[in-house]
Design a protein around this ligand. Structure first.
Ligand code: ASP
Ligand code: MG
Length: 463
């Protein structure tokens, strides 16, 4: 089971999450993965930014907030010696963070490796709080730092797991605890390199931690608890009549996550697919809701589009050769190399013209690194005017329609485009791979919500 930040948001939330854990544990061995309390990772990062900028007062202020937030939670959960003891544990974890923050304050620099070690403390604080509370309620619970278990590469800030090494550690470290009937409360987000340097799995990475552990432990099921009812046919802030999906396939859920649905970290499903471990997305705030089950194949089979999602924090980058002397294919090849060097993910890639100009959509957060790598790769062509200056359009958004059942159905794209054009929203770029799993459409930012509603309606996705 994995509990997200809002499900760990305060003493009351941790109490009800703990109750869910203890209930599950009474049925079968249960491993729990937790996020930091909501907003804590942001606060930790903010503190380090203040430190890098030499703002000692800002650092002090943030530290006071962080420590008050956890103290208050500890006081809300525990009493007597258990409270004192847990408060001491929290203090010593926070002291590790303070040590790194002070180092950064002194250096005026935030090395990624130190940032990872520092921000990993959020989950260590929350897991210790939950384990201590469970013990106070009579459960045999233990907090374990996942960096003792999840082995990763050394890409600080966005590490990837080494599954074989992780499996070995999980069997040695976690199996005995589970076999003893102990409830293990693991930190999400955390890992470490082979030689023990702490890493993190990327923002929102606790889902990924949970799926890695579910896979190496051969879990029967993975339950992901958050503050929403499950996976919906669209974002309820945009579409009034969304439907809660009872079932959805791994491939569909992965596409939705990749294209902006906030319900799962995009990398979550990969470790589970091979072993076909089902995943439940459930609401820890409302246990009466059944949630969504993510499975290899749904009972009703592939039936047309399943959901529509959107993203607005994106950038459309265009490369436009000014001279026919350049090989368009070469330009594309070198651009993709540059994107890989910038560690960027391509959301949409499209080219259609004789002049071989082409465009791709990326997350805005990745734009500075992408532009830097592209300008480096094409410095000569740009200097000599063979390539028009690289253009990045931020006034765009992505609309993505996802469903395994779209494959082989003539007319669907036509209906989708017609529905969007009825709203007088212009389509800037489009992409559909040969898997026909996703139709991705780039429009002006102010047209995104209208387009989402129009497509949701046209495809009859609503309740
Ligand atoms: N606490 C981390 C974050 O906020 C990981 C997570 O919540 O999944 O990014
Ligand atoms: Mg989170």
């Amino acid at each position: 089971m994995k509990f997200g930040g809002t499900s760990m948001g305060d003493a009351a939330r941790i109490r009800s999450a703990s109750k869910i854990c203890a209930g599950a544990q009474s049925q079968r061995p249960t491993a729990v993965i937790v996020s930091a309390m909501s907003k804590v990772t942001d606060m930790l990062l903010d503190t380090l930014r203040h430190a890098e900028g030499g703002d000692a007062a800002g650092v002090e202020m943030m530290l006071a907030k962080l420590s008050a937030k956890h103290r208050e939670c500890c006081e809300g959960l525990l009493e007597g010696p258990a409270r004192t003891e847990t408060q001491e544990t929290l203090n010593s974890i926070l002291a590790e963070f303070v040590r790194i923050a002070q180092g950064i304050l002194m250096l005026g620099e935030r090395p990624p490796r130190s940032v990872d070690e520092a921000i990993a403390v959020g989950e260590r604080l929350s897991s210790n709080l939950m384990a201590a509370y469970l013990r106070s309620q009579g459960s045999d619970a233990v907090a374990i730092n996942a960096r003792e278990v999840i082995v990763t590469d050394a890409v600080f800030g966005n590490a990837s797991p080494l599954m074989d090494q992780t499996r070995e550690k999980a069997i040695n470290r976690l199996k005995p605890e589970l076999d003893h009937g102990r409830l293990v409360i693991l930190t999400g987000f955390n890992g470490a390199t082979m030689d023990g340097r702490p890493t993190t799995l990327g923002r929102g990475g606790s889902d990924f931690s949970a799926s890695i552990l579910a896979s190496v432990l051969d879990a029967e099921e993975l339950w992901i608890w958050s503050d929403v009812d499950g996976i919906l046919s669209a974002d309820p802030r945009i579409v009034p009549n969304v439907r809660l999906l009872e079932e959805i396939t791994y491939r569909e859920a992965a596409e939705l996550a990749y294209n902006g649905a906030k319900v799962l970290h995009p990398r979550t499903l990969v470790p589970l697919m091979e072993k076909e471990i089902p995943v439940w997305s459930k609401n820890s705030f409302d246990l009466s809701k059944p949630g969504t089950k993510i499975v290899p194949i749904t009972k009703e089979g592939p039936i047309g589009p399943r959901a529509v999602t959107s993203m607005t924090n994106v950038a459309l980058v265009t490369l436009d050769p000014a001279s026919a002397v350049l090989s368009g294919t070469r330009i594309m090849a070198r651009s993709l190399e540059a994107l890989a060097a910038a560690n960027a993910e391509v959301l949409v890639l499209s080219s259609s013209s004789y002049r071989q100009n082409f465009c791709f959509l990326i997350r805005q957060s990745e734009l500075p690194a992408v532009i830097e790598k592209l300008e480096e790769a094409f410095s000569l062509e740009l200097a000599h005017g063979y390539l028009h200056p690289i253009d990045a359009d931020l006034d765009v958004g992505l609309v993505a329609i996802v469903g395994e059942g779209m494959k082989g159905h003539a007319g669907l794209a036509g209906r989708i485009f017609t529905a969007i054009s009825r709203e007088e929203v212009n389509i800037i770029a489009i992409a559909q791979g040969s898997s026909e799993l996703t139709i991705a459409i780039v429009v002006r930012k102010d047209g995104v919500d209208k387009a989402v509603r129009a497509v949701h309606d046209e495809c009859g996705l609503g309740a």
